[in-house]
Design a protein around this ligand. Sequence first.
Ligand code: RTP
Ligand code: MG
Length: 147
Amino acid sequence: MERTFLMVKPDGVQRNLIGEIVSRFEKKGFKLVGAKLMTIPTELAEEHYGEHKERPFFGELVDFITSGPVFAMAWEGENVISTARTMMGATNPKDAAPGTIRGDFGVTVGKNIIHGSDAPESAVRELGLFFSEEFNSYDKQIDGWIY
Ligand code: RTP
Ligand code: MG
């Protein structure tokens, strides 16, 4: 079963969107297997967003993501990596469709509410960066009605 790394960014935490966001993925049928509220150390932020190191917005991005607590999550389910990206919406909320998280709650690209791994390799990498502990593995009665 596939796993992905999702994170409510500092703006989402401040705007009381943790519950709304968790609820969307729960209702979809995905399973929460790890979660924690944490303030990201600068070194971890730079590593997490390492692919953007040369981009002009890198400094701002790191400053923002370390500016307050984030809600880091591990989610499990069939095709959860790409489906979560679809549920998040386009990177820039101005282009994100209504019904998506960024489309419903975001306005600017710098404060776009949520992060999600964009591919299987990045999911493994990011889950490893944020979770050293084992994920919670458990059965739910509802699983048989989803798969
Ligand atoms: P994320 O990594 O946060 O899930 O977002 P993403 O995959 O949709 O977008 P990505 O290209 O990975 O960009 C990472 C974050 O950088 C900020 N950004 N700012 N000022 C700009 O032009 C700009 N472009 C990207 C966004 O907050 C984006 O989520
Ligand atoms: Mg990205």
